[in-house]
Design a binder for this molecule. Structure first.
Ligand code: ADP
Length: 305
């Protein structure tokens, strides 16, 4: 008698832009270099939570030393980089965090980053998506791609989904990255229509889609066809629906919120890891909330867990 083959470890591919981060590291204009970006943060936490799973990133970087360092950072985190293209004509984007009276502000240099060209080659997208169980992207991924690239990515995602991959999408609405709110809302709605799992944050959705409450956000995305929708709301109740079953969770209060950067990104990682492992909707919501609670209790996007 032969034993049944063990189930294959899930394969996850996250798509987007990782940037160089310069964060204040001293009193006199000293900065520490790091690497972060919304979909990268989620991949980083997924790789931490499930070192036995295959987590990869799809993006583009340059061929210079800082791009080498970014790839080394991903590899060190256990994130596969075979689908990160290297372009001779561009380099990676950068953002700088400044503190004034304890408030963080961000300045970005990303208009010409290599990642804006991550969807130039339909065949490369198909190769990356082949055999992937879950593909993750966000509204920021869409925002950094221009016309052709965005349409090409959505087209190949639809094909991958038809071939059995699941698509997870966080709308991550960032009006500054778009020519206008209408273009942002249209692109996000189109991508959400391709997704199996949508992970919005209610406050952004209320501002730009006019949702009166988190239930309205949940119902709007569910109506686009996503089987699973999870609506985050900062410290407020999380509302979810999955396969017609509704659930909710009030996150435990966090005694000392240090830095809310990547609250949503880390929630998504905790939720997706549990959901893909076949845990119940309630358990997956708890896993997301527990991870984000730890992340907002530490400084920066990537908090060691
Ligand atoms: P985003 O980073 O996308 O704005 P949210 O602010 O909605 O995401 O937060 C995502 C999750 O992080 C929430 O669902 C919750 O679990 C947790 N969270 C965020 N802020 C707090 C807070 N002040 N107290 C407790 N949990 C929080």
């Amino acid at each position: 008698m032969t034993a049944a083959a063990p189930p294959r470890a899930p394969r996850i591919l996250s798509i987007g832009e990782c940037m160089v981060e310069l964060a204040p590291a001293g009193p006199d204009g000293l900065f520490r270099r790091g690497f972060a970006g919304d979909t990268m943060n989620t991949a980083w936490y997924l790789a931490r939570l499930r070192p036995d799973w295959a987590v990869g990133y799809l993006s583009a970087v340059g061929q210079d030393t800082i791009s080498d360092a970014m790839l080394a950072f991903m590899a060190q985190a256990g994130i596969a980089t075979e689908h990160v293209a290297r372009r001779a004509d561009r380099t990676v984007g950068l953002y700088l965090i400044e503190l004034r009276d304890g408030e963080r502000s961000f300045a970005y240099w990303r208009d010409r980053s290599a990642a804006r060209r991550l969807a130039e080659d339909a065949d490369a997208l198909d190769r990356a998506f082949a055999g992937t169980d879950l593909i993750y992207l966000s509204g920021i991924t869409l925002a950094v791609l221009k016309g052709d690239g965005r349409a090409r990515l959505l087209d190949r995602l639809a094909a991958a989904r038809a071939g059995g991959a699941r698509i997870a999408f966080d709308p991550n609405l960032r009006p500054r990255l778009w020519p206008g709110t209408a273009a942002m809302c249209a692109a996000v709605t189109e991508a959400a229509g391709l997704a199996d799992i949508v992970l919005p944050s209610h406050d952004d959705e209320a501002t730009h889609f006019g949702d009166v409450d988190p239930a309205a956000t949940r119902d709007r995305y569910a109506a686009l066809g996503a089987g699973t929708v999870v609506v985050k709301d900062g410290p407020g109740d999380i509302l979810a629906v999955s396969d017609g079953m509704r659930a909710g969770l009030r996150p435990d209060p966090v005694a000392r919120v240090v830095d809310t950067t990547a609250a949503g990104d880390s929630f998504n990682a905790g939720f997706l890891a549990a959901h893909l492992a076949g845990e119940s909707l309630d358990a997956a919501l708890r896993a997301g909330a527990a991870l984000s609670a730890r992340v907002i209790g530490g400084r920066g996007a990537l908090v060691e867990i």
